[in-house]
Design a binder for this molecule. Structure first.
Ligand code: BG6
Length: 479
């Protein structure tokens, strides 16, 4: 659909930016914090790019006031950050670490003092190691009790000041990478175990949302889903079906449970046939229905294109481009169902992620059409090499171009009727990319460090910093 006149962004639109605890905070063992699975996993040989880890990261724990001052200078309306579960409950449950509560409480107050809406993510992948050791973390249904207890501590401590909450960040990614490709902790490669861990994560998500209704009745909560809309390679019916299957298996499998409280049928049938479907106990689906969100959190980076895959075709590849060498990504698929393929119409980043602003509009439209929920874009951004010039500048016009096109797609989607609450870029400062070290940068603010040298961790405003300030000031009318 082509629009001649675009609707403006609504008043009060949340122009935001985001981060996650392990990727920015550092202070991995400070002030009574317990260990998370990433504190251990990233230090195992060969798990991350150049053995990078989040021990210091962007040192946000110690420099949060400086970072919030930069946000205020930019005029940011919302800042999405995550709470490190093990900073609040070092053993995952039981004893509360008051110093952890104080850190987040101070951060929230600092944001509010500067007119910035805090958006809290409860879980951005840093599970307390104690819970993995004790019962296998998400592989046990016990995770739902412990996540609920942790969420309740957060709701009690911050629910008076924080209106927007994200329950789980990218369940599809942390479960998929943790239990199928084995690239994230706990490094398991077993689809049956993955589907069961995923079911348990749904239980945790729904339990926390139920508690939220009781404890923060006027707040808004939803999960953040990493949605990569599926495109068919051609109009050949087999390719259309492959893309539909991919959409069902890779996206509806999660979003249907969040928003509708049920698993999609064809995918469930496939898994039952393969003998790997998750065990669903009486009461689980009822719980899912009680745990419906207020909005769908959308992390959008790219679309993926699919084609038919013969029965003896490409299987699930446990690899991805984590080097930044363009063109090294491989096709992956399910024999007899689909396989990924290139899209000649789209540019790619150096990490082989497609660049597709129109795909964001497609994503927003599909979510609206299927679930009738408001959407909060909780992540969107470009990971690229950035160069600090001799006069201390970063000319990231490629990032400005990327964000500009995606913000325009948001405006088009709003004109199409999408109820969009806000747009958080990934990320505010540069931060640790889980598997790609510090060379793949996303921020408006450059952090002067790399994988091997902490340098001075100086903050440098990139060109995109000044550009986004104007976007916010004009409520998105000047891009
Ligand atoms: C999302 C995550 O998957 O994408 C972030 O929520 C992550 O934590 C971001 O950093 C970008 O991914 P990557 O692999 O480029 O760091």
């Amino acid at each position: 659909m082509f629009h001649r006149e675009l609707k403006p962004f609504p008043e009060g639109f949340l122009w935001g930016s985001a981060s996650a605890a392990y990727q920015v905070e550092g202070a991995w063992d400070a002030d009574g914090k317990g260990l998370s699975v990433w504190d251990i996993y990233a230090k195992l040989p060969g798990t991350t790019f150049k053995n990078s880890n989040g021990d210091v990261a962007a040192d946000h724990y110690n420099r949060y006031k400086e970072d919030v001052a930069l946000m205020a200078e930019m005029g940011l309306k919302a800042y999405r950050f995550s709470i490190a579960w093990a900073r609040i409950l070092p053993e995952g449950r039981g004893k509360v670490n008051e110093a952890g509560i104080r850190f987040y409480s101070d951060l929230i107050d600092e944001l509010l003092k500067n007119g910035i809406e805090p958006v809290i993510t409860l879980y951005h992948w840093d599970l307390p190691q104690a819970l993995l050791d004790e019962y296998g973390g998400f592989e046990s249904r016990r995770i739902a009790d412990d996540f609920d207890e942790y969420a309740r501590v957060c709701f009690r401590s911050f629910g008076d000041r924080v209106r927007y909450w994200v329950s789980l960040n990218e369940q599809n990614i942390f479960i998929g990478f943790g239990y199928m490709t084995g690239m994230h902790p706990p490094g398991v490669k077993d689809k049956k175990r993955m589907l069961q861990a995923n079911h348990n994560a749904f239980l945790a998500n729904a339990r926390a949302i139920k508690s939220f209704r009781e404890m923060v009745p006027s707040g808004n909560i939803g999960p953040s889903f990493a949605y990569s809309p599926a495109y068919p390679k051609t109009s050949k019916p087999e390719d259309i079906l492959a893309a539909e299957d991919a959409e069902e298996i890779l996206s509806h499998w999660w979003m249907d449970v969040y928003a509708l409280g049920e698993y999609p049928k064809a995918a469930m049938d496939l898994y039952r046939g393969l003998g790997i479907a998750p065990e669903v106990l009486p009461g689980d689906l009822e719980l899912f229905k009680e745990g419906k969100p207020d909005f769908m959190g959308l992390n959008y980076y790219q679309t993926t294109t699919y084609e038919a895959n013969p029965l003896d075709g490409v299987g699930e590849k446990l690899e991805m481009n984590t080097t930044g060498e363009k063109g090294t990504a491989k096709s992956t698929g399910i024999p007899g169902v689909y396989r990924t393929t290139g899209n000649d119409y789209l540019e790619r980043t150096n990490w082989d992620w497609t660049i597709d602003p129109e795909g964001l509009r497609v994503a927003l439209r599909r979510i609206t059409g299927r679930y009738s929920l408001p959407v909060l874009i909780t992540e969107n951004g470009l990971g690229e090499y950035d160069k600090l010039t001799d006069d201390d500048k970063v000319h990231d016009d490629y990032r400005i171009g990327y964000l500009k096109a995606h913000i325009l797609a948001c405006r088009e989607a709003i004109t199409d009727g999408v109820d969009l609450i806000g747009y958080c870029t990934w990320s505010f400062t540069d931060l640790l990319s889980w598997l790609n070290g510090y060379q793949k940068r996303y921020g408006f603010v450059y952090i002067n460090r790399d994988e091997t040298d902490l340098k001075d961790l100086r903050r440098v405003r990139k060109d995109s910093f000044h550009w986004y300030r104007k976007v916010i000031e004009s409520n998105g009318s000047e891009l």
